[in-house]
Design a protein around this ligand. Structure first.
Ligand code: NAI
Length: 370
């Protein structure tokens, strides 16, 4: 395995066809934020691995966060994703009172990766080279099988079912946290004690979005759905009586709740300024394009529940699995506390009249200082 230097990255990105279109940014962190503690690159020609692990903060403990496997437009986009996602993990773990810092890995999908098992074994060796400063699990594009391959090379991995023990795919717990968060937001914002008849627009019907729809349907919510995968949409229409709209239309529909559960960046300046939702509360990471979009939602009286507060169910599941001796009941109880935090966010917002995105950001960052 070859560790790639920052000079390699600078050279590669300055030669990229898309480099002119990319905003300039710091290789070591996000604009206006403290630098990340560590950003590490690895490549392995034998398996086609190209991976970045970003550690935002380890003040609370080793950095814990999943591994995304994605076909990025270019290396700069992959680095930016790793930087943003790892910061989000630090805030998420802190707000969930987990004894871990925040980090994230991305594996850049490319045509040379013909042996998936070997690819993730190679990624496992990369994780292991950090000596436990970073612990990995599933994220978008990775599965429990990938984590089994990772575990062949490192002990610093979670998210795999083990016989007789709690664990495995964290998505159901993520969806549960989002569901109780929506219940809580609806209670506080709309004054409704049940989701019956509450309209929820769900963007993305993958692992999280699908489990969320199941629970919303069971609670008699009215569903509006969109996904790039027409088959998933057709199943949601059939099983949940959902109304289907196109992926371009979902952010423009009128609904009590918008639940982004696909990729990040759903709340663009245009969406923030024009959306017809009372509440934005979903599972996707990095829903806002920027904090300014959270300010716009606040001015328009849309209650935004920051992603890193509401989607912590999955990492709670992975952490408790990793620590051992976890029970499903214990994890479910802990995930359900997300509902209490959403209610506290509402109280803080009423008291301070500040945008919820900024309140949650400051709330989590206080907990990063130990
Ligand atoms: P997934 O890959 O299983 O599902 C994503 C879904 O979004 C797919 O069905 C895909 O077809 C759809 N999609 C992609 N682009 C779309 C678009 N433009 N419009 C509508 N649908 C689109 O991923 P998963 O695991 O469900 O994660 C979803 C989001 O939740 C991601 O942002 C992830 O980072 C976040 N998340 C996931 C956790 C988990 O436990 N899986 C934990 C915390 C956050």
């Amino acid at each position: 395995m070859k560790l790639v230097t920052l000079d390699d990255v600078r050279h590669a990105t300055s030669g990229s066809d898309n480099s002119a279109a990319q905003p300039a940014f710091d290789l070591f962190g996000l604009a206006g934020e403290p630098s990340h503690e560590r950003v590490v690159f690895a490549s392995d020609p034998a398996t086609g691995l190209q991976s970045i692990i970003a550690l935002y903060s380890t003040t609370r403990g080793p950095a814990f966060g999943g591994c995304r496997y994605w076909a990025y437009d270019n290396q700069v986009a992959a680095l930016h994703d790793a930087l943003r996602l790892s910061q989000g993990m630090a805030l998420k773990n802190a707000l969930a009172d987990l004894p871990f810092g925040g980090g994230k890995a991305v594996v850049l999908k490319n045509a040379k990766q013909t042996d998936r098992c070997a690819l993730f074994q190679s990624f496992g060796a990369f994780v292991d080279s950090l000596g436990g400063r970073y612990l990995t699990a599933e994220d978008v594009g990775t599965t429990a099988d990938d984590m089994f391959a990772v575990r062949e090379k490192t002990q610093y991995v979670s998210g795999m079912p083990r016989e007789g023990e709690f664990g495995g795919n964290p998505s159901p717990q993520t969806a549960l946290g989002v569901f109780v968060g929506i219940e809580s937001a609806v209670r506080r914002v709309l004054g409704k004690s049940s989701l019956e008849g509450v309209s929820v627009a769900v963007q993305g019907l993958g692992s999280v979005g699908w489990h969320l729809c199941e629970q919303l349907h069971a609670a008699h919510a009215t569903l509006i759905v969109a996904d790039i995968d027409a088959q998933k949409v057709a199943r949601a229409v059939e099983l949940f009586g959902a109304s289907a709209v196109t992926v371009d239309a979902i952010t423009g529909v009128e609904a009590d709740v918008f639940a982004p559960c696909a990729m990040g960046g759903s709340i663009t300046p245009i969406v923030a300024a024009n959306c017809r939702f009372r509440i934005v509360a979903g599972g996707a990471n990095n829903q806002l394009m920027s904090l300014a979009d959270g300010d716009t939602l606040h001015r328009r009286d849309v209650f935004y529940v920051p992603d890193f507060l509401i989607n912590a169910g999955g990492i709670i599941s992975c952490v408790r699995e990793y620590e051992g001796n976890a029970t499903r009941e214990g994890v479910v109880t802990e995930v359900r506390r997300i509902g209490e935090r959403v209610s506290e966010l509402y109280d803080r917002a009423v008291a301070s009249r500040a945008p919820t995105a900024r309140i949650a950001d400051a709330w989590a960052k206080e907990k990063l200082v130990v």
